[in-house]
Design a protein around this ligand. Structure first.
Ligand SMILES: [Zn+2]
Length: 124
């Protein structure tokens, strides 16, 4: 970068002293600016991760979520669930069975009795 400071766009008087003062101001500003940049250069900018909201999948809405990974679980009681399969895709939801496929396409089925399902975050 050129060291020659142009005063073409300056508002100050066209004197040697005014030009010198102008150069000092510019140098000071450049130092402050690079100090600020130096401080932030080593700091990772934290981008908040998008918040994943799990959706309950049912016999009625499962078709909307057939492209999304779900967790299938057995409802033991109101607060307790026993996972059956996680990160799978529902391929069919019948009266008795729910068919699901693993990410590699292995198809399995589980009884609908006490079955619960909800979408899970896809980390792949
Ligand atoms: Zn100037």
């Amino acid at each position: 970068m050129s060291k020659i400071v142009s005063h073409e766009n300056c508002q100050h008087a066209s004197t040697k002293a005014a030009r010198a003062q102008c150069r000092r101001h510019r140098a000071k500003f450049a130092d402050v600016f690079s100090a600020v940049l130096g401080e932030t250069a080593g700091t990772a900018i934290e981008v908040p991760a998008p918040v994943f909201e799990s959706v309950t999948v049912t016999a009625e809405n499962w078709r909307e979520f057939r492209e999304q990974k779900v967790v299938l679980f057995t409802r033991i009681d109101e607060d307790e669930e026993a996972p059956i399969a996680e990160g799978v895709f529902i391929t069919g939801w019948g009266k008795q069975w729910v068919n699901y496929a693993s990410p590699i396409g292995k198809v399995k089925r589980t009884a609908v009795t006490c079955l619960g399902a909800r979408t899970v975050e896809d980390h792949s």
